[in-house]
Write a protein that binds this ligand. Structure first.
Ligand code: SF4
Length: 81
């Protein structure tokens, strides 16, 4: 059902870009475990949480990335200096 799918589904690069997470099997597992799962799952996806807070999500953030928002911002700044 569409209401079970993450609201970012149509624009999230993990969904729209094959091999985005570097491994297609892993990407499919993320789709099943987060993107197509219930709100309790996708609302805890690190990409969802990051986009909600910052209005964008760097490519290095994956659904199970265990970094704080501050750490994500610091890494993004480091990569873009
Ligand atoms: S990776 Fe996360 S933010 Fe992107 S569509 Fe899946 S659940 Fe949503």
């Amino acid at each position: 059902m569409r209401d079970q799918i993450c609201p970012n589904y149509d624009v999230c690069k993990l969904v729209t870009t094959e091999g985005f997470s570097g491994n297609e099997v892993r990407r499919q597992a993320y789709l099943t475990d987060f993107c197509h799962a219930s709100e309790s799952k996708w609302s805890n996806c690190s990409r969802y949480v990051t986009k909600k807070a910052l209005n964008f999500c760097p490519d290095f953030v994956l659904p199970d990335t265990a970094m704080t928002l501050d750490e994500i911002i610091d890494k993004f700044d480091e990569l873009n200096q």
